[in-house]
Design a protein around this ligand. Structure first.
Ligand code: CA
Ligand code: CA
Length: 145
């Protein structure tokens, strides 16, 4: 199970995209999931790079969040843009990471990503509530390299 294509079934991918849509109904923030086989960097450093590659800083409130996964080693990171980091403590994502870690460890990668995305939406809501004029600023599809 070390290939990106084998990490999730099509149905599981769709469930994650649906979770992103649901989460983004709670918040003006934008959430993306990125999968790649592996990285030689620390997951958070690679997440920061991918965030930039995907041009996720292109949101009005700088409030996008990337969930990055290196599928071979099941390492992951949650990286939020500066609009979020200016408002939250450095351990803001720890409880979400804990939930995801447990699910990844029990080999339920789909549920790890669904639960992680939904929790991120709830967390963002406190600082970036949804408003009725909200735009879907970044694609909800899973990004892969
Ligand atoms: Ca939005
Ligand atoms: Ca979106």
């Amino acid at each position: 199970m070390s290939k990106v294509e084998d990490f999730l079934t099509k149905n599981e991918e769709q469930e994650i995209v649906n979770a992103i849509r649901t989460a983004e109904k709670n918040t003006s923030g934008e959430i993306r999931v990125h999968l790649e086989k592996e990285t030689s960097l620390a997951p958070l450093d690679r997440a920061k790079e991918v965030f930039s590659i995907l041009q996720m800083e292109n949101t009005q409130n700088r409030n996008a969040v990337l969930v990055y996964v290196a599928v071979k080693s099941k390492q992951f990171a949650i990286y939020g843009d500066e609009g979020i980091n200016n408002k939250v403590a450095h351990d803001f994502w720890d409880s979400t990471k804990d939930i995801m870690q447990v699910l990844f460890a029990s080999k339920n990668q789909k549920e790890a990503l669904v639960q992680g995305v939904l929790k991120i939406g709830e967390q963002l809501k406190q600082f970036f509530p949804y408003n009725k004029n909200d735009k879907d600023e970044l694609p909800n599809e899973i990004s892969k390299l």
